[in-house]
Design a protein around this ligand. Sequence first.
Ligand SMILES: [Fe+2]
Length: 485
Amino acid sequence: MRSVVRENAASITTFVLICIIIGFIILNAINQMLDSEIRFNDSNQKISLNTSKKIVEIHFTDIKNNILFLSSIPSLKTFAYGNYRDMAEKEDIAKNLQVLMANHKEIYKLRIVDGSGNEVLTAVNSSYDPRNIRGFKMAEIATPITDIKGAEKGELNATVSVFNMLRLLPDNIFIINDTGNAVTFNSDESVETTNLHYNILGRNGKIYLSKHDTLHYVTANITSEINILLGTRSNEEFIKKTIYERATIPVILTILFISLLILLAYLNISRFKELIGAQKIIIHSLADTTEWRDKTTGRHLNSTKEYAVLLSKHMRKKSKYRKTIDKDFLVCIADASPLHDIGKVATPDSVLLKPGRLSDEEFNIIKKHVFIGKQLLQNDIEKFTTKQPFFEIAKNICAYHHEKYNGKGYIGIKGDKIPLEARIFALCDVYDALRSKRHYKDEMSHEKAVEIIKSERGEHFDPDVVDAFLECQEYFNEISELNKV
Ligand SMILES: [Fe+2]
């Protein structure tokens, strides 16, 4: 288990970091949603409270207008004209008073009082529960009664219960009574009282009852003496809980989905790495086919690969090549170098393994390995429609590693028309050939090889490649010596 964790430490760390970042983003989004929901709720409560205030005030004005209208009906004037003695009129007026109270349950009692202050007619709202009066103010509205001649004969007096105003209000709005309790009228007609434990000052405002519990309140004007305090509460904890509950399942699903994507990506990358590994094995196996026939080439393949990487790194120091010779170029040239003589698979043993110098005809056969190598890779590039730079670099090295900068190579192209990787590899190939012992020649010293390469600057070799070689030539010697062992 520990070794699995150690081997995949980078992947696990990346996964954990991605999870932390995603978690942070989600948490931030939830908090923003929460803030916006709290602001929205706050604003909604203010709107609801102000609407309730208007409902109460308009409704009370409506009651006043109805009482005023009642005081002006002819039967009441006739009743007052006869000093409140006509029983038939009295009955008719009592009916009118009951109709008004049936339409306005907030009116507790209606009375007609004569000029001496005596009650001549009293009507009580039969649907009104007297227990509800407790703790609430009763508003008195009085309007004068005149007889048919216009003389004042008494007054019509209405007692209005503030409590019954609750019926008109939305569920989240309550009335704050004289004892500081919040009273709510439930839909089943039951009454709920909650102690706010807070003294309310001013006509309207906002009070934090606790860290997350806010009370908004506003005063509705009923009469000059009587006002109704309306309130509503918002509980941020409740909003938070609701949002977290709503967000839990989408968050879990998002994390699972992203984890699945990361897992799939990881498996794909692992598979891709395995394929690259397999590709390298095949490439080296191909290169080994020539080594198998000519035992001297094994050392040559290793040395030229190391020279090519070393020389490319030094070329990269020049600003001119910094963009072209990137990390991928270095990996590709290292992997492609051993394939440079792959075309020799088609060279007969009689020529390839011949001790001593080759005839012109034999040399022409040998020269064909550049075309064969190029064709082998070109066929694969076209067959598999691959765009991997490795194959292009390998093909160029196979085809052009015997080209000379002055155009006097196997094919005859010159200068910068020879691909860069082939110009670099050409020097490495020649250096190694000079330093190696063959059937027909002895091994050359490093110093002599450097002199020959220097003399070929601009002729056989690209001047930039020779300059880079001269900067690191002592390492060429080291590689050469190490590979002899
Ligand atoms: Fe070659």
